[in-house]
Design a protein around this ligand. Structure first.
Ligand code: KG4
Ligand code: ZN
Length: 357
């Protein structure tokens, strides 16, 4: 079977063709992504109205390209999939309406896809290689989410932990902006932190370094204390903002690389600690990591160490599939289709997570 999938929940317009062969292997035949990052950078973050307009302008061309690269015609498709939630409502509506029209015009079934399940499904695009076995633990770390899920099967999720305020990616973006890294700050922050870790002998040596022990640079953990699997990134973010303001007022320059390392260390250790706690509590066949922040090199390495220690397979999407893309929506769309889930012309978009409605 073969699915054409659309994604427009934030600042990337994307269309992709995903195929499942008879043995159940998933292949990405095309994955065209038009990023609006350069446009929004001017404003230091995503401007929803500009995002919607840019999606409208891009989606037709992107669709033609996705079909051409995959070498398929609409007649050779089994279904159409689209991200219906969560995200920016005006942005989501562009692909939802386009997908509806495309499905009706070509007599194809329509499937609605949850954006977070889509991110996690990026790890199903393994071609001939083994997919994660269920039940698995999923960790979603993006600009809008920091959450842990028990995934019973590809379409049945139970959220077991989440952030109570800001998301991890949002925190990287805000603090990154304050230390002069352009939006979205994640990748730049990652590089700067790498310099900081290297200067004290690496990530593992960081906790024992003089800088880590300096009370002036102390930052709180975003892991909610105790047995909860929740996070709170606003405390870490506020403490980092206060620290930067204090330094500015006293005219003391901040060692940016070490500061970025300190912030990254708290964020990564908190996520690793809660993932470890979840793995101890349930029986899982794998840990699957997803979302834009899954591209973070320090988080990737830390989770590799965690999973090696626990003897559990770790699935990290390739960097090209960490950010928003249609391929991941197509992968999830195939499982929604196989589970019999269908949408129709009444499909609407929603800004909210399934759990928060
Ligand atoms: O999943 P995504 O593309 O969009 C959402 O659904 O939110 O995630 C975007 C987030 C941004 O906050 C960006 O700064 C962050 O992912 N990000 C990173 C890295 N690359 C992207 N954060 C930390 N380290 C990175 N290497
Ligand atoms: Zn996303």
């Amino acid at each position: 079977m073969r699915i054409l999938a659309f994604e427009s929940s934030c600042d990337e317009t994307s269309a992709a063709v995903v195929e499942m062969d008879e043995a159940g292997h998933l292949f990405l035949r095309s994955n065209i992504v038009a990023s609006q990052v350069e446009t929004h950078r001017l404003y230091g973050g995503v401007v929803p109205e500009i995002a919607s307009r840019a999606h409208v302008e891009a989606i037709t061309g992107i669709t033609k390209e996705a079909l051409a690269v995959a070498g398929v015609t609409p007649k050779e498709l089994t279904a159409v999939a689209v991200t219906s939630h969560p995200g920016l409502i005006g942005a989501l509506l562009v692909a939802v309406n386009f997908a509806k029209s495309f499905a009706v015009a070509n007599g194809l079934p329509l499937v609605a896809v949850d954006h977070i399940k889509g991110h996690i499904a990026a790890s199903y695009l393994t071609g001939e290689a083994q997919r994660p076995k269920t039940p698995f633990l999923a960790l979603a770390v993006s600009g809008g989410h920091t959450a842990l899920y028990r995934v019973e099967d590809e379409t049945r999720y139970v959220r077991i932990g989440t952030t109570r305020d800001d998301a991890i990616g949002e925190a990287f973006d805000k603090i990154g902006r304050m230390i002069g890294i352009p939006y979205p700050a994640g990748a730049g922050f990652d590089k700067l932190a790498a310099e900081g870790f290297a200067s004290v002998g690496g990530y593992e040596a960081f906790r024992k370094s003089e800088f880590y022990k300096d009370p002036f640079y102390k930052l709180p953990s975003p892991a909610v204390a105790g047995e909860s699997l929740d996070f709170s990134f606003s405390g870490l973010k506020t403490a980092a903002i206060n620290l930067l303001h204090r330094q500015e007022q006293t005219g003391t320059p901040v060692p940016k690389a070490l500061f970025a390392a300190r912030f990254t260390y708290e964020a990564v250790e908190a996520v690793a600690a809660k993932a470890a706690l979840a793995l101890e509590r349930g029986s899982y066949q794998a840990l699957v990591v997803a979302g834009g922040v899954a591209a973070n090199s320090h988080l990737r390495r830390r989770l590799e160490i965690l999973c090696r220690g626990k003897g559990i397979p770790l699935f990290l999407p390739p960097l090209s599939l960490c950010g928003d893309n249609g391929g991941m929506i197509g992968a999830q769309g195939i499982f929604e289709y196989l589970a019999g889930n269908r949408a129709d012309a009444s499909l609407n978009a929603s800004a909210l997570d399934e759990e928060d409605r």
